[in-house]
Design a protein around this ligand. Structure first.
Ligand SMILES: *Cc1c(COP(=O)(O)O)cnc(C)c1O
Length: 399
């Protein structure tokens, strides 16, 4: 494991993230001393006076769709950890992405989206946004300051995701921000890989940071949830957009996320350590052509990872050397401890094959062997490696 850079202090409170994880967004004195904020279910909120009903009492929550003490607790916790002014919850990570885009752009606008972006983000841009008159250009995720050449007078937003989904390109977000910031172009980041703990995108000058809380915040593969965290400048427009879209988070999901986030620190440290150990092991294997993990010194984006991140999650990819398809299928199907299925961020290890060559438009993804994305869970790494070893033996018999 490479030496982690020092974790930054919380600038406001002088407390480190592990401490804030345990205490942010909680006020037991409001709930009879109970440690956890209870689950609030409901639509109608009653008022004693007409003035109160009409917003006079200073209460911000007037209807269940606009919030509850449980929603506030989670929103405040995520906002504090990510270092933003305000967080809004959505029913899924993809809903956080679509609501942010619908809030910030409109007909006639042009947006720039990283070619390595999460595929459903791309489908939203090419489908819904195109139909509404928003033009999307995909750009090379390694572009950095070169983004300048792609900005047009009507460019309203640049979308980054670092590292990229499946292929793990690291983006130079500050270099991009130096060109978007002065022109007032919104800079939006999908920060799911790092979780709110290992990257603070507001230090990198983004306007909006998106989390699929479904992943590490919930952490147990038992709920879907999204979070949009904004700067002061973006907050009003995004809040109006999310409320106009009628987006709200279910009370059960919010409770599961609040429960999950309290242990995010210890879980992530283990995902980080185990993921890196297994990535290093893959790098020694003759079956493997490349390991795509930004915390490996050999990764082309390693310097950016060291500069901008304070840790790594358990998600990375490998590219196998060319092998017959039935051999790769046999490898995958022989694994006992790695489930095959989408999503990640739970306590369990997962693997999915991927192929991005068919849908990239700004860059060419060339690899001769099969790409495999792994999520390393909280299991014993010795057991995981034994499982992978037996899988490679099964594969070898068919090569
Ligand atoms: C999973 C994922 C999403 C979507 O999250 P859901 O909660 O499944 O809608 C968005 N971005 C990234 C990078 C993801 O991995």
């Amino acid at each position: 494991m490479s030496n982690p850079p020092d974790r930054p202090d919380n600038p406001e409170r002088g407390e480190r993230p592990a401490t804030r994880l345990a205490h942010a967004g909680r006020d037991p004195t409001r709930f009879a001393g109970f440690v956890n904020t209870p689950v609030f279910r409901g639509s109608t909120i009653l008022f004693e006076t007409v003035d109160g009903l009409q917003g006079g009492g200073g209460r911000t929550t007037t209807y269940g769709r606009k919030g509850s003490p449980s929603i506030d607790a989670l929103q405040d916790t995520i906002a504090e950890l990510e270092g933003g002014a305000r967080t809004l919850l959505t029913p899924s990570g993809l809903a956080a992405i679509s609501a942010t885009l619908l809030s910030l752009v409109g007909a006639g606008d042009h947006i720039l989206v990283a070619d390595s972006v999460y595929r459903p983000t791309r489908l939203f841009c090419d489908g819904v946004l195109a139909r509404l008159g928003v033009e999307t250009t995909y750009y090379d995720p390694l572009i950095g300051a070169g983004i300048d050449a792609l900005l047009r007078p009507n460019t309203r937003l640049v979308f980054v995701e670092s590292p990229g989904s499946q292929t793990f390109e690291m983006q130079d977000i500050p270099a991009i921000a130096r060109h978007t910031g002065p022109r007032g172009i919104w800079l939006v980041a999908d920060n799911t890989w790092a979780s709110p703990l290992y990257c603070n995108p507001f230090r990198l000058d983004v306007d909006v940071s998106i989390q699929s809380a479904t992943k590490y915040v919930v952490g147990h593969a038992d709920a879907l949830l999204g979070a949009i965290t904004c700067t002061e400048r973006a907050s009003e427009q995004v809040t109006r957009g999310v409320q106009a879209l009628g987006m709200t988070a279910g009370s059960e999901e919010v409770y599961l996320a609040l429960r999950g986030i309290r242990t995010l620190g210890v879980r992530l440290e283990r995902h980080w350590r185990s993921g890196l150990e297994i990535a290093r092991w893959f790098a020694t294997r003759p079956e493997v052509a490349t390991v795509l993990h930004p915390a490996l010194e050999s990764h082309p984006g390693h310097a950016i990872w060291r500069r901008d991140f304070t840790g790594a999650s358990g998600l990375f990819s490998i590219v196998l050397k060319p092998a017959p398809k039935p051999a790769v299928t046999a490898f995958l199907e022989s694994l006992r401890l790695f489930g095959m299925g989408y999503s990640w961020g739970g306590y369990e290890s997962l693997v999915v094959p991927f192929d991005v060559a068919a849908f990239r438009t700004a860059t060419e993804w060339r690899s001769e062997g099969q790409g495999l994305r792994f999520h390393i869970g909280l299991e014993d790494t010795g057991d995981l490696i034994s499982d992978l070893e037996q899988g490679f033996e099964v594969m070898a018999a068919l090569v």
